[in-house]
Design a protein around this ligand. Structure first.
Ligand SMILES: Cc1ncc(COP(=O)(O)O)c(C=O)c1O
Length: 478
């Protein structure tokens, strides 16, 4: 591989090469990919974002006194989000994404109270960004089992998990995996009673639920207007339809927001003051998120939310007609998890069949009472695609049933569980993957066997294998 050419190359050639490299990527527009990307179906909105991104590209958010445009844009965005999420005054931070918003909310909670082993209490359905935050911040996650049917956490279970070391309680509105909203008001009241802050993870739902409510739907209270809720995260690069790198975390209390900040003046260089985990960062995502807000307006978001939710309801109704398939829980946002009750119909095989038909249905592995399933995030563009999506689901289910579920040799699962990963290097691991027939290159990798193997393994083994897989992937050995 030749990373750096000796002589510079012309832009057309570079863009041509990027286009070729992207040929095997999933499409980011069009509604055939049910995760990762959010498409309004309105090209002019995405164009406005792209041009604003370019305008702000080289502005460095490191120093807001040097680049006051970033303060003006951030304040407008944060105010707009706060207005819809019960925030009232501007007391938020623009971040690079859900994980960073959550990291900052967890840091603020940790720094609010001196405790030896600070704990975060969260439902087992909470996004792994909380596990990551506690890992990075030297804290502990207390995971609370959810109801096996509704997949919501119960207020009683949260109460039982509280200890003198609890510094933060978490709920999701909604959870990514099943699209259901935890009982925010009840849990926030329990947290307040215990004198503990409560964070609502509305990363995925925060910019769709308010519009569904404004459209007249029944949305339970979930935001900063609820007593006891002290912070909330809302990703603009999800249902805000902004390009990636855009989220907002709001705090009910300005002192809490300041605890998310970081300052360092004890070195001979420039004084460092950061609102986020990152220090130097491009103004591009901020400009693009601002432009997306301005290009869509409240009206645009109301109709996109209506279209996405109608599509989700059509999907749910359609799934009920497909033998063997069933929706998990009762989604309250346009996120739907579809499982199989038929042992002959593997959702992993179904996902591969769909991929060969030009669709990407995201696989979710089993966890607790949640069986393996396929995830569908419906967006604005889905309205015109949901019938085709259902037809693909139907055809792929038939084909997957005919093909049968992947046959994972029991010896393989046992061997993987007892494998000493520390004893093999990346080259050895790559050889092992090749030996069991794992071939993940190209536009239509066959994942059913890999997913079935992963599904049968304990969480720790899954995680260790994922790290090794990533290492091998980036070392170019696959
Ligand atoms: C509920 C929820 N929280 C947090 C995150 C993490 O967001 P990000 O991938 O932007 O870091 C996600 C992402 O899907 C999410 O759905």
């Amino acid at each position: 591989m030749n990373g750096l050419p000796e002589a510079g190359r012309p832009v057309d050639e570079l863009l041509g090469e990027l286009a070729r490299l992207r040929e095997d990527d999933l499409p980011v527009r069009g509604g055939n990919v049910t995760a990762y990307v959010y498409d309004t179906g309105r090209p002019e909105v995405h164009e406005a974002a792209a041009r604003a991104h370019l305008e702000m590209l080289e502005v460095n958010c490191l120093d807001p006194t040097a680049f006051p445009s970033i303060v003006a844009l951030e304040r407008q965005l944060v105010d707009a989000v706060a207005e819809r999420l019960g925030g009232g005054t501007s007391s938020g931070i623009f971040t690079s994404g859900g994980t960073e918003s959550i990291m900052l909310a967890v840091k603020a909670a940790r720094d609010a109270r001196a405790v030896d082993r600070p704990q975060v209490v969260a439902p087992s359905t909470a996004h792994p960004a909380f596990a990551k935050a506690v890992h990075y911040l030297g804290m502990e996650l207390v995971s609370v089992a959810v109801d096996p049917v509704t997949f919501r956490v119960s207020p009683e279970a949260i109460t039982a998990a509280l200890t003198p070391n609890t510094v933060l309680v978490v709920v999701s509105a909604p959870s990514y995996a099943h699209g259901v909203i935890d009982p925010v008001a009840e849990v926030a009241a329990i947290a307040a009673e215990a004198g503990v802050p409560c964070h609502v993870d509305a990363c995925v739902g925060g910019w769709v639920l308010p519009w569904l409510r404004e459209n007249g739907r029944d949305v339970p209270p979930f935001d900063l207007s609820v007593d006891g809720v002290t912070s909330i995260s809302c990703d603009l690069h999800k249902y805000g339809y902004a390009p990636k790198g855009a989220s907002v975390v709001l705090f009910a209390d300005e002192a809490m927001r300041r605890r998310a900040y970081f300052a360092a003046a004890g070195w001979p260089g420039y004084p460092v003051i950061n609102t986020t985990v990152q220090s130097s960062r491009s103004g591009g995502p901020l400009g693009a998120a601002w432009a997306t807000f301005q290009a869509l307006g409240a009206d645009g978001y109301r109709s996109l939310a209506a279209e996405a939710m109608r599509s989700a309801e059509r999907l749910i109704a359609g799934v009920a007609e497909i033998p063997g398939l069933r929706v998990l829980g009762s989604p309250e946002a346009p996120l739907v998890a579809v499982t199989s009750d038929d042992p002959e119909l593997s959702v992993f095989a179904l996902a591969d069949e769909a991929r060969s038909r030009g669709w990407f249905f995201q696989v979710q592995l089993s966890h607790g009472h949640s069986p393996p399933n396929l995830h569908f995030t419906l967006t604005g563009v889905s309205a015109g695609r949901v019938e085709a999506m259902l037809a693909t689901l139907n055809e792929s289910a038939k084909a997957a049933r005919e093909a049968g579920p992947p046959d994972v040799p029991a010896e393989l699962t046992e061997a993987l569980e007892s494998l000493d990963l520390d004893a093999i290097d990346d080259a050895g691991f790559a050889g092992l993957l090749a030996a069991v027939g794992v071939e993940l290159g190209g536009a239509e990798p066959e994942m059913a066997m890999v997913n079935a193997i992963m599904d049968g393994l304990p969480v720790e083994t899954r995680e260790a294998l994922l790290v090794r897989f990533l290492s091998v992937l980036y070392s170019g050995r696959l």
